[in-house]
Design a protein around this ligand. Structure first.
Ligand SMILES: [Zn+2]
Ligand SMILES: [Zn+2]
Length: 341
């Protein structure tokens, strides 16, 4: 079994401190209590650090294992479906497939860590300042009812988070990575800068917490925001998939591959900035950004803006904006056209 490294390191510290003290008897007498205290502090500190590090690495390895199993399941589900009913003929191992697999792991681990602090603050503020009668009433609703309202409220929040990603050039630099995919498939869902995922998810979750639809206790988070994130994530794989399925009138009620593929089109400025909703297309109808022709699909996907071809470059690029990048799709404010093309 792997042994913790803190013990030998602490012995070295203790030995060096004691040998230093040996140089003078008086000094030795005066320094010994301090040396022992310091050595004890170092040992405890490193033991604590080791425990933290050990539990961190253990949970990280478990997360990677869990995510690998999920990735295997996603491949088993989507690869055959996309082979049987493809909208576009393309390879499974398309361009930048491995980079998108890296995004899958990165975005499954990092955004949730980033969300802990802001959501804890929102939950704490709501708990302190919120009208207790209202929250008590909402808390008494069944999980199913709270989940239903959470999806609707979260969808409204994430719609605007997504739209702001398109409308503000600084935010677009993060979101451009998601739109840079030139071939659409289920895995494109994971292709996003972690800040992009963090921001849109935060915009969806904050109203859920503010309205009391999430009821976290001091120790555990509530199941409702968790269900919201899990359901939204699974559905997002579906709407990115390279599937030619059409669903008639239902396409106005729930998002489909055709609906979201039009969000990724690069057919021209008149088609940009449509279909921001992740689950409910009627939210786009409500705000005038819905576009879904009955039998047509986009001719091409992607953006004209150049994006780094490696993962590190893609992750760093938004932070050095605008020195090394330029906005070419959108800015939405310059090419907005809410009427149907
Ligand atoms: Zn977008
Ligand atoms: Zn997308």
């Amino acid at each position: 079994m792997f042994q913790p490294p803190f013990f030998p390191v602490s012995l070295n510290s203790l030995t060096s401190l004691l040998s230093l003290a040996d140089s003078s008897r008086r000094f030795k007498q005066s320094i010994q209590p301090f040396s022992f205290t310091i050595a004890l502090y170092l040992a405890l500190n490193q033991a604590w650090n080791y425990k933290l590090m050990h539990s961190f690495i253990s949970s990280l390895l478990l997360d990677v294992l869990r995510l690998s199993i999920w990735l295997g399941l996603l491949i088993i589900i989507f690869v055959p479906l996309e082979r049987f009913s493809p909208q576009n003929k393309q390879k499974v191992f398309r361009q930048e497939f491995l980079i998108d697999v890296s995004y899958y792991f990165l975005n499954s681990l990092l955004p949730k860590l980033l969300l802990v602090l802001p959501l804890s603050i929102v939950a704490g503020v709501v708990h302190l300042l919120g009208p207790s009668g209202l929250y008590a009433g909402i808390a008494s609703l069944s999980v199913g009812t709270r989940f239903f309202f959470a999806i609707v409220v979260g969808e409204l929040g994430s719609y605007w988070g997504h739209r702001w990603m398109h409308e503000f050039p600084v935010l677009w630099q993060f979101h451009a990575i998601h739109h840079s995919a030139k071939e659409m498939d289920w895995l494109v869902n994971t292709r996003a800068h972690p800040i992009d995922i963090f921001f849109i998810r935060l915009c969806g979750l904050v109203p859920i917490y503010l309205l009391g639809l999430a009821q976290p206790t001091g120790q555990t988070i509530d199941v409702v925001p968790l269900l919201y994130v899990v359901f939204g994530t699974i559905w997002s794989f579906v709407i990115h998939a390279n599937l030619s399925w059409r669903f008639g009138w239902m396409e106005k009620l729930i998002s489909t591959p055709a609906f979201h593929h039009w969000h990724h089109t690069n057919d021209g400025p008149e088609y940009y900035d449509k279909n921001y909703a992740a689950i409910f297309p009627w939210v786009d109808q409500l705000f005038g950004t819905f576009y879904l022709p009955r039998n047509r699909w986009p001719g091409k996907y992607g953006i004209d803006q150049s994006i780094a071809s490696d993962l590190t470059g893609q992750l760093l690029n938004p932070f050095i904006y605008p020195a090394k990048s330029s906005v070419s799709h959108p800015p939405a404010s310059e090419c907005r056209n809410d009427s149907k093309p």
